[in-house]
Design a protein around this ligand. Structure first.
Ligand SMILES: CC(C)(COP(=O)(O)OP(=O)(O)OC[C@H]1O[C@@H](n2cnc3c(N)ncnc32)[C@H](O)[C@@H]1OP(=O)(O)O)[C@@H](O)C(=O)NCCC(=O)NCCS
Length: 183
């Protein structure tokens, strides 16, 4: 798993057209993906097997909230934890940047992806009719990363006992360590 290179914009855009934007006008063109790769507030992440891109994800980081623009894994590589790893990598970057809210939109009919996001801790927020070019509705989903403490075992219990600062500090350090950032 690594950040995408500018030369990979076309491959990523083609995957988006095929796996995510099917039946819609192609919006994530090579030009747009290339702009995301260059943008300082966006991470374009790829998962590769033997040099081929088998999955990718794009997350935009704002001041208080990050937005997952795209995420897809090629069919032969699904249900092997690739989507989970891509998403968790991008979430950790958000935490390191002090951003705890993540939002995304998913096609209303895409029940598989919705189940995946639910499994990853995202909750449905609102249904947006006609969101995709007036053709299809979207379900907006979101996750508050700072709430992880309440939901997860021993760490959650410690956080409740010691207060939210403890939790944020340990989660921050954990995220920084896994991204090889020295603090
Ligand atoms: C959604 C998607 C990215 C998931 O990627 P993935 O690599 O298969 O997901 P993971 O293997 O990391 O799944 C983690 C967990 O999520 C859940 N999950 C994943 N896909 C699921 C599905 N289709 N149905 C139900 N649950 C699912 C499972 O609990 C899974 O764990 P398990 O396999 O141990 O049961 C992938 O199916 C995909 O690319 N879909 C097409 C594009 C798309 O819809 N993108 C999202 C909207 S932009």
């Amino acid at each position: 798993m690594r950040l995408a290179r500018p030369a990979e914009a076309s491959s990523i855009a083609n995957l988006s057209r095929e796996l995510i934007e099917y039946g819609l006008r192609w919006r994530w063109t090579p030009t747009r993906v290339a702009a995301s790769i260059r943008a300082p507030d966006v991470n374009v992440l790829v998962a590769c097997v033997r040099g081929n891109i088998v999955g990718f994800a794009i997350m935009r980081y704002g001041d208080d909230e990050a937005h997952l623009d795209l995420l897809a894994v090629a069919p032969p590589y699904r249900r092997a934890g690739v989507g989970r790893q891509l998403l968790q990598w991008l979430e950790k970057c958000a935490v390191v940047a002090g951003i705890f809210r993540i939002a995304l939109e998913v096609r209303a009919e895409n029940e598989g992806a919705q189940a995946f996001y639910q499994r990853m801790g995202y909750r449905p927020l609102v249904q947006l009719s006609g969101y995709y070019q007036g053709i299809e509705a979207a379900l907006r989903m979101g996750r508050d990363l700072s709430r992880r403490s309440v939901e997860h075992g021993v760490e959650g219990t410690l956080a409740k006992l010691l207060g939210p600062d403890f939790y944020h500090q340990t989660f921050f350090l954990d995220a920084a360590r896994s991204l090889n950032i020295r603090i």
